[in-house]
Design a protein around this ligand. Sequence first.
Ligand code: GLN
Length: 241
Amino acid sequence: MKLRKLKLGHLYPLQLNLYGDIGNVIALKKRCEWRDIELEIDNINLGDNITEHDIYFIGGGQDRQQVEVSIELQKYKSFLHEEMNNDSVFLGICGGYQLFGEYYQPHNADRLNGIELLDAYTVAGHNRFIGNVTVKTNFVEPNTLVGFENHSGLTYLRGETKPLGEVVIGRGNNGEDRTEGARYKNVFGTYLHGSFLPKNPHFTDYLISLALIKKYGEAELTPLDDKIELDAHAKAVSRAY
Ligand code: GLN
């Protein structure tokens, strides 16, 4: 098989990398390497131009860092919409996820504009959701996603933006409608830290497959021995909140 190469743009790692969200980039890198897929990683910092990538990742962060990134991202809003419409894959975690929507309204502070890749909005809640989360989903096997949430923002989905799944354990998007995360086209957002992808190898491969289909029209991925990862996943499923 010819050497396949993917490019990942890591958006604002110095500002948004809470709770080890860099682990998501490492998981994508390793699961590509183990299939002889080269994953080139570009760190995109404040002031850097954003150019075409097959995958974009943005992590979580506190409100203050979100303000800086919210302002910067507005410069690239239309470009990133073009990338979304070209089927680039996006993964946003927590604070980064919130900025994929229309806005994030903190308590006692100005509204942060998002880039509207997702038809969603976030308002600050009065309680902080902190704990283990299990989500039942219907587009990967096993049909569960696990992680750890730590946010006060309440995210509500609209229109064609759908959740990643239904919360089994935890609070998820807003603690009210039992949804967690969001998806529109190849744009994904979730509140799950942990970091998220290492304990969800099936979802990691799903994202890699989408990027391969976008770039090469095919997504042949050699199966890996995921016993350790899936044992960790199974152990985390339905762990008490
Ligand atoms: N500041 C946002 C909130 O508390 C995001 C936090 C995070 O990224 N963990 O909802």
